[in-house]
Design a protein around this ligand. Structure first.
Ligand code: PLP
Length: 482
């Protein structure tokens, strides 16, 4: 493909994507294919001779589209949202076009510098305490990670490194191996599985903290566990709090947990993967109160802030903690501005696990400028309003119950009755392919999660979804033995 063909096909591709997104509602939201379907539709070897773009696009229709779950359909209510907007798509295209790998300032100064500035812009939108911002003189700062899972892992590894240092500072005779074997991390029993996985990869013990009736971790519970563990000779060093848990969007009580962590020398990381975007609205910002006690904070603009995957924003109070844990500097990565005082906040390659980094801050820059803070706030508010609308519909029907407080865009609900009944209802919903939901477990109950996901979801989709759910529930209840 030469530049002339790229110009032409590129325009066709933009049309194809716009048509796909504008007509997405016409598709079944969940694909009707069996596992392995794709293997039967494509050759087992790559082609020897070049093929044409047109042929490939025909196969996109034939092979790919039938196997797509349409996350941006306004009838998609599963998981949590994944962001999408036209400015972000265009910025992503530019990012691929420039195609730099911004691992150091010299490897592409704009890539590193824009990222630092965008994380400060976003940090200010969230009213993060000054200490998390890079500014010009700050000791903190932000970085884009690929995912919340990665941010959790990075924070855990940095905390592990810091813990070894402070224990050895108190007792120089203790070996690193001895200290590592005694470290203990904590997280909510409601935390995302990626938190437990971070401990697995970091090779440290992680204990799950029971939650209260609102599925939130409270200070008393964590304090008791920390005291027990210290008495047993263990070294508590890390707590991952969640703001907006995956099952029910619950909020750990960070204003009371933070001081405990600070007193006990425990690194507090906050995982607000989904809920974090809402904190740009003043009315939801109180949910972030207590962040001042945290050592690191993360959320995914690629979930709810109109930015396409991947773009996970992470801030640390002391960037030296994180750089200290990950710094590697072979000669080929050094550059002449390395020692410049201005550049300390720009060593982003030391803030993450991979070396390579895409120019993801372009997506933020385009979206922040083309929506403005007001436009993004309107998006969040609209989606919370739609969740409230769905909640009212559920509450008005005596056969159903709401299972957790609806704070943002997630509604947890179920048919009053057995878990089996609700499993069967979900099976019917999934099989219908009209709407798509996933379940969770709360207090031993099988619960349906209804998350407002797509940018184009409107009130009529909520009403239609509810009519569909109640129709299937009616059929199911008719089938039940009386
Ligand atoms: N943490 C929470 C609270 C989540 O809800 C999720 C995913 O939904 C994750 C972490 C994992 O996010 P990622 O896919 O960015 O690793």
């Amino acid at each position: 493909m030469d530049a002339a063909e790229f110009r032409c096909r590129g325009k066709e591709m933009v049309d194809y994507i716009a048509d796909y997104l504008e007509k997405i509602e016409e598709q079944s939201v969940y694909p009707d294919v069996e596992p392995g379907y794709l293997h039967h539709l494509i050759p087992t070897e790559a082609p020897l001779e070049p093929e044409g773009f047109g042929e490939i696009m025909q196969d996109v229709e034939k092979v790919i589209m039938p196997g797509i779950t349409h996350w941006h359909s306004p009838r998609f209510f599963a998981y949590f949202p994944t962001g999408s907007s036209y400015p972000a798509l265009l910025a992503d295209m530019l990012c691929s076009g420039i195609g730099c790998i911004g691992f150091s300032w010299a490897a592409s100064p704009a890539c590193t510098e824009l990222e630092t500035v965008m994380l400060d812009w976003l940090g200010k939108m969230l009213q993060l305490p000054e200490c998390f911002l890079a500014g010009t003189h700050g000791r903190g700062g932000g970085v884009i990670q690929s995912t919340a899972s990665e941010a959790t892992l990075v924070s855990l590894l940095a905390a592990r490194c810091k813990a070894v240092r402070w224990v050895q500072a108190e007792d120089a005779t203790r070996s690193e191996a001895d200290i590592l074997s005694k470290l203990v991390a904590y997280t909510s029993e409601q935390a995302h599985s990626s938190v437990e996985r971070a401990a697995l990869i970091g090779a440290v013990l992680m204990r799950k903290v029971p939650t209260d009736d609102n599925y939130a971790v409270r200070e008393e519970t964590l304090k008791k566990m920390v005291e027990e563990d210290k008495a047993a000779g263990l070294i508590p060093f890390y707590f991952c709090a969640t703001l907006g848990t995956t099952p029910s969007c619950a909020f750990d009580c960070i204003p009371e947990l933070g001081p405990l962590c600070n007193r006990e020398n425990i690194w507090m990381h906050i995982d607000a993967a989904y809920a974090g975007s809402a904190f740009i609205c003043p009315e939801f910002r109180p949910l972030l109160n207590g962040v001042e006690y945290a050592d690191s904070f993360n959320f995914n603009p690629h979930k709810w802030l109109l930015i396409n995957f991947d773009c996970s924003a992470m801030w640390v109070k002391e960037r030296a903690d994180i750089i200290g844990a990950f710094k590697m500097e072979p000669l080929y990565l050094k550059h002449e501005n390395q020692e410049s005082g201005k550049i300390t906040s720009f060593l982003l390659q030391h803030w993450q696990i991979p070396l390579g980094r895409r120019f993801r801050s372009l997506k933020m820059w385009f979206v922040f400028r083309m929506y403005g803070i007001k436009g993004m706030q309107a998006h969040i508010r609209k989606q919370v309003g739609l969740a409230k609308e769905f909640e009212s519909l559920v509450r008005a029907d005596k056969r159903f119950e709401i299972c957790a407080e609806v704070v943002l865009g997630l509604v947890c609900f179920r048919l009053k009755g057995s878990n089996e009944l609700n499993q069967n209802l979900l099976k019917k919903i999934t099989k219908s392919r009209e709407i798509h939901l996933v379940p969770c477990q709360l207090s031993g109950l099988f619960v349906l999660r209804f998350a407002i996901c797509a940018r184009k979801t409107e009130s009529r989709h909520i009403q239609q979804a509810w009519r569909h759910i109640t129709q299937l529930a009616f059929e199911l209840l008719q089938e039940q033995p009386h």
